[in-house]
Design a protein around this ligand. Structure first.
Ligand code: GTP
Ligand code: MG
Length: 303
């Protein structure tokens, strides 16, 4: 599959990739204490987080690998990683008994929110869903134009307001329209914001609050988009966006261009939040449902 090779390429692209460095760690052909220590350091520096790195190395040291071979260790590691990721496997289900299923998309600046909305809308339209997207990033005119392009490409409808309009007011109107027009799915874009900017986070909280005035079960999904090249900062993004607006699912983008996919394992261990999809390119077809097994194998350099 082409996307698997994009994922593989991305996760193994740079010389600092986990998979490449595993080969260096295992060059001694022995799983001695030094090798195990190097392995733990490598997992930590690949953003797995200290606690999982320790757990994985502990379980490896208990395993009796007769005729040691790097591939067997990779397989073992990939199984351990996949056990953690499988806990967070849950495809996005947008069935909502005929009412619009509302998805709010949040995240820091430039992570790929708007692009991901275009890809999601395209996937839904292909499944014969009626999709409305709302240009809730009302800070910049360019953001509205960018979403318009994605609305054309994905053949979904769009609702926009002039720049400077309150994003919560726009979201409210978007849901009214979605209900009137019997849309299956409403996806709301938001302006990027750093998770530690309290005033911007407070503005974001307003959106779910006003949506609930129309439909108290909405938003049905709050998707946090994360950029795979961010590293450990992604953890504080999950923490603070979750506090502000109750994140129900994660999408990790830019896995085609990074060596840092390890942080997803760390997040999966800490937060019981489903991982729905991954971005493996800038194109409209470059969003894939998250598959724990393929992800783990790509991360460990197994084809
Ligand atoms: N390689 C790659 N690039 C991506 C992916 N997803 C998004 N991008 C690129 O990342 C850049 C930023 O994407 P946007 O969708 O504008 O990000 P955003 O989160 O909406 O940004 P702001 O609205 O400014 O906060 C664009 O150049 C996208 O093409 C991906 O999965 N892979
Ligand atoms: Mg955007």
């Amino acid at each position: 599959m082409e996307w698997v090779s994009k994922l593989n390429n991305g996760l193994n692209k740079t010389a600092s990739g986990l998979s490449k460095n595993l080969s260096t760690v295992f060059k001694g052909k022995k799983l001695d204490p030094q090798t195990l220590e190097d392995l733990e350091d490598l997992l930590i520096s690949s953003d797995f987080g200290v606690s999982i790195s320790k757990k994985i190395v502990d379980s490896i040291s208990k395993e009796k690998f007769n005729d040691f071979d790097t591939n067997k260790v990779r397989e073992f590691l990939s199984k351990k990683v996949s056990e953690i990721l499988k806990l967070r496997y849950l495809p996005l289900n947008t069935e909502n008994n005929g009412d619009p299923y509302v998805i709010l998309v949040v995240g820091v600046n430039g992570v790929g929110k708007t692009t991901t909305i275009g890809k999601l809308a395209n996937n839904f339209v292909k499944k014969n869903k009626n999709v409305l997207i709302a240009a809730g990033d009302t800070f910049r005119a360019a953001a509205i134009d960018q979403l318009k392009i994605w609305s054309d490409r994905s053949k979904s409808e769009i609702i926009t307001k002039p720049t400077g309009t309150d994003a919560a007011a726009l979201s409210y109107e978007a849901l009214v329209t979605a209900k009137e027009e019997k849309k299956d799915i409403l996806i709301i874009d938001t302006a990027g914001r750093l998770q530690n900017k309290t005033d911007l986070m407070n503005q974001l909280e307003k959106i779910p609050r006003v949506l609930k005035k129309i439909d108290e079960t909405s938003p049905h999904s709050v998707l946090l988009v994360l950029d795979a090249s961010t590293g450990q900062n992604a953890i504080s993004q999950v923490e603070l966006f979750n506090k502000s607006c109750g994140v129900t699912g994660l999408i990790m983008t830019k896995l085609d261009g990074t060596a840092k996919g390890g942080v997803l394992v760390s997040i999966a261990e800490r937060y019981p939040i489903p991982i729905h999809a991954i971005g493996v390119g800038e194109g409209i077809d470059d969003l894939q449902e998250f598959e724990p097994e393929s992800y783990s194998r790509a991360l460990l350099g197994l084809l």
